[in-house]
Ligand binder design. Structure first.
Ligand SMILES: [Cu+2]
Length: 129
């Protein structure tokens, strides 16, 4: 009987150790990053979001007509109703976007530094002509 009791105590001790270890893991690993912008009534909602480098911004078309997002000179393509498109923040900065089809639809993505990275982002050498 003494053996059973000590085994049970050991299991309790291991469970307690796991419980202590898990919050630290889940806090860093499973937090979703990024933002979703809804297209509704020919508006971007919200029209301004803040994300970090590498985050994914999702444009979710809940209108009954097609939209077409242009952000940072990237055409995300025509978006039929119900279709989502995504854009990944490439660097720190302010990235304006608009709907090519509806000139009144505009917004901006503010990209901040990645929390775990170095302080100096490497700017891509864009030779835009
Ligand atoms: Cu539109």
């Amino acid at each position: 009987m003494a053996t059973t009791r000590s085994t049970r105590l050991a299991i309790v001790a291991v469970s307690a150790a796991l419980a202590l270890a898990m919050p630290g893991c889940s806090a860093t690993a499973s937090v979703p990053r990024g933002a979703t912008i809804v297209e509704q009534d020919r508006q971007f909602i919200p029209s301004s979001v803040t994300v970090r480098v590498g985050d994914v911004v999702t444009f979710d078309n809940r209108d009954d007509l097609a939209h077409r997002v242009l952000i940072n000179n990237t055409d995300l393509g025509e978006q039929q109703p119900g279709v989502r498109v995504t854009w990944t923040a490439p660097a720190e900065g302010l990235f304006g976007f608009k709907c090519i089809s509806h000139s009144t639809m505009t917004g901006e993505v503010i990209v901040g530094a990645d929390g775990g990275g170095s302080g100096s982002p490497t700017a891509p050498s864009s030779s835009g002509s």
